[in-house]
Each structure stands twice: as C-alpha cells, then as structure tokens.
Design a protein around this ligand. Structure first.
Ligand code: PLP
Length: 408
C-alpha cells in the first residue's frame, strides 16, 4: 500500500463502546500495518523520523565484525548447523545471568531465543488469547501489537496512558476488576510510542492486581536497557513467571538485523517452544553464536552507556528544535531514555494534512492514529525518531514539520 493510502486508511469508524471515561472492551480492526512502515524504511531519499530503528551509528559494527569472523573461524560447524528450537544453550545461560542482575529469576530451560521481540509478542498473544477474549493494552500502544490483537479478533480494553509514568493505576484497577481481561500487553519501559515508564511500585501493584483478576501480563521490555532510571526493575522481577510472561530483544541495543530476541513464556514454555519450532525450527544459529561471542567480550555495558548518552543528546536536540519551530501549544512527552518522542498536537492541526505535506517534502513521521484502536481515545499526535537521522537531517526534518504546522 502506498504511504498516502496507508494514511487515508487511518480514519476510524466511530466506536460506541467508549463514552468519556466509560471504557468497555470492543472488537477492532488494526489500522497501522507494520509492513507499510517497514517498506518506507528502505527509501534513501526520505528524512525518516518515522521508523522505530536505532541509528546506524548505534550499532557496534567493529565488535560484530570481529564476533562473526571469529564464529566462522572457530565455531563454524555449530554456527552453520541446526540447533535446539529453544536457542543456543550457552547464550541462554549468559542471559539468565544478566537477567538475574536485573532482578529476574529464571533458568536456561525456561527461556526461548526468538527471532526478534516480534516473534515472542506474536507467539505469546496467540497462545494466551483467543478470538472474543478481553485483552487489555495501553492506549496508545505499539501498532504491531495492536495488529496481532486485531487480526486475532480479541475484544480490546484500552487503558489510557496518563502521563510519563504510564497508565492510571486506579482506572486500571477498576477496569480489570470489572472486565477481568485474559491478558494485558504492556511495554513497561519507554513505551512505544508514548515513552512512558511505569515506576517500580506500580509494577509490583500491577502483578498483585493481575493475580487477583486472573490476568496474565505480557511484558514487552524491548527498550528496558535504554532506560536512564538506574534502579528500575522489569515487572517480571516481581513475579516467578506464573503471572508475567516476558519478551525483549537486542534490536534497539545491538542491531535489529541480528533478529536476536528472548522470551520467558512462564507457564506456557513448552507450548511456546513447540509453536516456534513449527514456524522456523529455531532462530538463525549464526546470529545467535556470533551474538554470544560479542556478549562474551563484556563490551555490551559500555556500549549501553554510549547509547544512553547519544540518545539523550539527540532527544535534547530534538526538543530544542521543536520548542523553537513547532506551535507553542504542542505537548512533548519527555521520556527517561530512548530515542522516540511523542508529540501531542493542538486540535486545530490536521495531522493527516501535515503528514501529506511533509511527505511531499520528503519528511516522514509516524502518524499517532496508528497507535490507537478507536477514534474516541485517539489524540492528534506524531511519533518522532531523534536518533535514526543524522543531526543535520533531524534539524532539517523538524524545521520542515514546524513550518508546515505554523502555516496550517
Ligand atoms: C514495543 C516494541 N516491541 C517489539 C518490537 C519489535 O522488535 P524486534 O525488532 O526485536 O522484533 C518493537 C520494534 O519497534 C517495539 O517498538
């Protein structure tokens, strides 16, 4: 689908199930398609503020070159053959150790290496929820999660993200006690797109609430290690896997092209591994072994320090240009890490029109509507990537957006 057509399709039918704060579950059709957004990434002439990718500068290329060369030199048989569906055992053991330092108790046999975080998300949602089940998520939420849920035919229970600390816990409590969702999919840290990070005390309280209502939490923590809050623990750290399933990947911290992700399915470990094995036998052995070798160098932590610094600098640059060039009434959510900015626009700015004009000037951003399941909850907004473009491109792209909005 062409980009213009994609944006045309983002108009929602009115949804009678949400009246003011009275939220109740409803079926929906996903509007943003990952396929279209990913195809846009390939356009070299675009100042791409839309993609959710880290900058090429953020990828430890020299270290990965070394790791792949050493793998092919010293581990070729292992790295070029089949291996167990759950993934490289030594890699899993290393990750168990890393998770332990972040408060998660698990073991290699409770862990499955996945093809990106996407496979974990897709597999776990489909294992836990069936068509017609009530599934809660944040509003706004990652469009690919919404796409999986919508295609599955669940009834969505959208929980509004209130501020940079995420969902309103009291409202969540009321809605969960009333509707007892089967599953709650939550991007707990630096949520995509809002950038919200749920504080530790709410994480703990959420686990208790979900035990009470029989709701499984699927924690997507893909941006977790980019957080600039030092004592933050994953939600899974407050549970033993009986209430929380956990998915993440190294797409935002090492390289998305490696496609190395991790799933801690919890109760459904065997069913998840079986489903994955049917899909792709196992993830790419070569990437797993080379990634393990990279991990063994111990350079990941200093790389994370570099990423946090670079992301902060880029966010600060983006915020400064937005302040100078966008209408004064825009509201920017300031995340505690990462490279995405969520910008809420005044109601008189027609975001669809801004999108069309920007694309005509070769600037792309992510239209806020893609992250919502109904028009009633939707706010007029855009998601901007501050790290993927060069500094010059970022400044130029934001200035073009500012001019378009000031003229509108
Ligand atoms: C919240 C969230 N979850 C999952 C993914 C998918 O990640 P991966 O590339 O590891 O499949 C993304 C990618 O942008 C994301 O933002």
């Amino acid at each position: 689908m062409a980009n213009m057509e994609l944006m045309e399709s983002l108009a929602f039918p009115p949804n009678p199930c949400i009246i003011g704060a009275m939220i109740s579950p409803y079926p929906f059709k996903p509007r943003g398609r990952l396929l279209d957004v990913m195809r846009q990434v390939g356009d070299p002439n675009l100042i791409n503020l839309a993609a959710g990718l880290p900058s090429n500068q953020c990828i430890p290329k020299a270290d990965l070159r070394e790791a792949f060369a050493a793998t092919l030199e010293e581990n070729a048989d292992e790295a070029l053959g089949y291996h167990v569906p759950d993934g490289d055992v030594r890699l899993r053991e290393l990750l168990v150790n890393r998770f332990r330092h972040r408060g998660i108790n698990t073991s290699a046999d409770q862990m499955v290496i996945t093809t990106g975080c996407s496979q974990g998300l897709h597999g776990m949602i489909r294992l836990i929820a069936k068509s017609g089940d009530v599934v809660a998520c944040e509003a706004p939420a990652y469009y690919s999660t919404l796409e999986i849920m919508g295609d599955l035919g669940v009834n969505v229970l959208p929980i509004p993200v209130r501020d940079s600390e995420g969902i309103d816990f009291e409202l969540t409590q009321t809605l969960f006690r009333r509707f007892k969702p089967k599953l709650f999919v939550l991007c707990s840290t630096l949520s995509n797109p809002s950038g919200a990070t749920v504080p530790n005390e709410i994480r703990k309280a959420l686990v208790e609430l979900c035990r009470e209502t029989g709701t499984r939490i699927l924690e997507d923590e893909i941006y977790g290690e980019l957080s600039e809050i030092s004592d933050l623990k994953p939600i899974r750290a407050y549970d033993d896997g009986s209430t929380v399933s956990y998915v993440t990947s190294f797409s935002k911290t090492v390289a998305p092209g490696l496609r190395v992700g991790v799933c801690l399915p919890g109760l459904n470990a065997n069913a998840f591994a079986l489903q994955k094995c049917q899909q792709d036998m196992h993830s790419a052995t070569l990437c797993e072994v080379a990634f393990r070798r990279y991990f063994e160098t111990g350079r990941f932590d200093s790389h994370l320090d570099f990423l946090r610094r670079l992301n902060r600098e880029r966010r600060e640059l983006g915020l400064r240009i937005i302040k100078e060039c966008f209408p004064a009434s825009v509201k920017v959510w300031e995340p505690a890490g990462g490279f995405l900015l969520w910008v809420e626009l005044p109601p008189d700015v027609q975001v669809k029109q801004v999108y069309k004009s920007a694309l005509a000037q070769k600037v792309a951003f992510c239209h806020g509507a893609a992250f919502f399941t109904s028009e009633e909850q939707q706010v007029s907004a855009m998601r901007l990537n501050c790290s993927r473009p060069s500094e010059d491109q970022l400044v130029k792209g934001l200035k073009i957006l500012g001019q378009i909005m000031q003229r509108a």
